[in-house]
Write a protein that binds this ligand. Structure first.
Ligand SMILES: [Zn+2]
Ligand SMILES: [Zn+2]
Length: 175
């Protein structure tokens, strides 16, 4: 892993996963400017140390987990957080009755975002039924949701999730 792998690009800027700071670039932006601004940001944050203790997946702050996050304490704030992806946003939309593309999680990282959303805001679990009606894969995931959650919880501390990945694949996540 590169020394500055903790400095990442995100939809409209860059973020440092160690100190949690982020910049937003005005889009569209000349590629030269984008590269220059990105490099400057990487340089500033190259030496940021990863603080000890829990890091919150929602706000990237330290000293608490997403379950105790005071910054991201509503679904609306979750929507603006750093922990969203296509499949967890599908849960959010179906929970709100908005429907749309029933994207399912395709790997443990995706599943983790869905897991955290539904753990922190358990009312969103209701969306799984609507998603199951809209997508065969979601129907399979919904049926085995507790088992998948258990696998996620068992494997999460190891930083790898081969069994969860295999089970998801069995349930059709790779079509
Ligand atoms: Zn930093
Ligand atoms: Zn937080």
């Amino acid at each position: 892993m590169s020394r500055t792998a903790h400095v990442v690009a995100q939809s409209n800027g860059a973020a440092c996963l160690h100190c949690g700071r982020a910049v937003t670039f005005g889009m569209p932006i000349a590629i030269d400017d984008f590269v220059a601004m990105s490099n400057a940001f990487v340089k500033t944050h190259a030496k940021c140390k990863k603080p000890a203790g829990d890091q919150c997946a929602f706000c990237l702050g330290h000293g608490h987990t997403y379950l105790g996050c005071e910054t991201v304490d509503t679904l609306g704030r979750w929507r603006e957080s750093r922990d969203t992806g296509l499949s967890s946003e599908a849960i959010y939309r179906y929970f709100g009755g908005l429907g749309g593309d029933p994207r399912h999680p395709i790997d443990p990282a995706d599943f983790g975002r869905c897991y955290r959303l539904t753990k922190r805001f358990p009312e969103t679990l209701r969306a799984l039924q609507a998603l199951a009606a809209a997508s065969k894969v979601w129907a399979a995931l919904h049926k085995h949701w507790d088992e998948l959650c258990r696998l996620y919880e068992e494997e999460f501390p190891t930083g790898r999730a081969p069994r969860l990945y295999a089970r998801m694949e069995e349930l059709g996540t790779h079509g």
